[in-house]
Design a protein around this ligand. Structure first.
Ligand SMILES: C[S@@+](CC[C@H](N)C(=O)[O-])C[C@H]1O[C@@H](n2cnc3c(N)ncnc32)[C@H](O)[C@@H]1O
Length: 271
């Protein structure tokens, strides 16, 4: 086991929850420092939705948060992944949500420590064609486990239907009675949910992933009483989904305003 690096005091606890309905910690600070404080082999799920280094302004106070030199960003991301792999329990699952180019770069590095399970394509609308490239139509969600998964549930979905006649869009042939009874197995292409939470339901200006995505992840890889870790928690939809599934949580965000949103949502249970 690699030695734990010395912790810094760049992370502070915003709130600790110890009730029958929610158990966990909301922390404010740098993700890497936060992860270094999480015990080894403790988490059933580590969910990573880091800044993509696209020059987004997450905050007026931190204007350069999302525009680092590429090599510096990669070195930081690899350290985040190494720490995340360390905190995963045997059979735990690490998810990394990112752009395909970064998933390709760091996925190969992750493979030396964890077992590759999936590259899930999360369909996106409103991408832009740039340069001599095809139209980008998905984000990638990498899924790695430490050994064989301790918890795994394959969700069943309702088949897509024609919105005019209500019939199934695909022909399932002889499998139709099984599909009618059980639904279809979730595949590694997720085009039934949007990767962007609708503006109407957002808690802040920056992008938020939809709660349905987190509910799915927790359903696949979570279990009651186990730990969910989210170092880039944003407005906390992942935390809310974990709490709903009776998991404990440890989450962090660099921006105190986001931590306050998470606490407010936990206090009021707003999904
Ligand atoms: C892509 S967003 C995550 C959104 C989140 N999944 C949600 O659904 O709300 C990245 C988040 O990481 C935070 N962040 C950026 N750099 C960070 C860092 N070095 N350490 C911790 N959090 C950071 C940002 O404030 C932002 O909320």
């Amino acid at each position: 086991m690699p030695a734990r690096k010395e912790t810094t005091n760049r992370v502070r606890t915003v709130r600790r929850y110890r009730s029958r309905t929610a158990t966990g910690v909301v922390a404010n600070g740098e993700a890497l420092d936060f992860l270094r404080q999480v015990p080894s082999e403790s988490a059933a799920i580590v969910f990573l939705d880091p800044p993509f280094n696209l020059g987004k302004r997450y905050s007026v106070h931190e204007p350069s948060l999302d525009c680092r030199p590429e090599q510096e960003y990669q070195a930081w991301l690899v350290e985040v992944l190494n720490e995340s792999a360390r905190v995963l329990m045997p059979g735990g699952t690490l998810y990394l949500y990112h752009l395909p180019i970064w998933s390709m770069r760091v996925g190969a590095i992750l493979e030396s420590r964890l077992q590759f399970r999936h590259w899930v394509a999360i369909a996106m609308k409103n991408g832009f064609v740039r340069g001599q490239r095809l139209y980008p139509a998905h984000y990638s969600l990498l899924m790695f486990t430490r050994g064989s998964p301790a918890f795994f549930c394959r969700p069943k979905l309702d088949p897509a239907r024609c919105r005019h006649c209500g019939e199934y869009i695909k022909d399932y042939g002889g499998y139709r009675p099984i599909i009618d009874a059980n639904g279809i197995n979730l595949s590694d292409i997720w085009d039934d949910l949007s990767p962007v939470r609708h503006r109407k339901h957002k808690y802040r200006d920056a992008n938020e992933l939809p709660t349905a995505l987190f509910e799915r992840i927790v359903e696949i890889s979570g279990a009651a009483g186990e730990l969910y870790v989210d170092p880039f928690a944003g407005s906390g939809s992942g935390v809310l989904a974990a709490v709903q599934a009776k998991m404990h949580f440890k989450c962090c965000d660099l921006l105190l305003d986001n931590c306050r949103i998470i606490c407010e949502r936990l206090d009021t249970r707003r999904t």
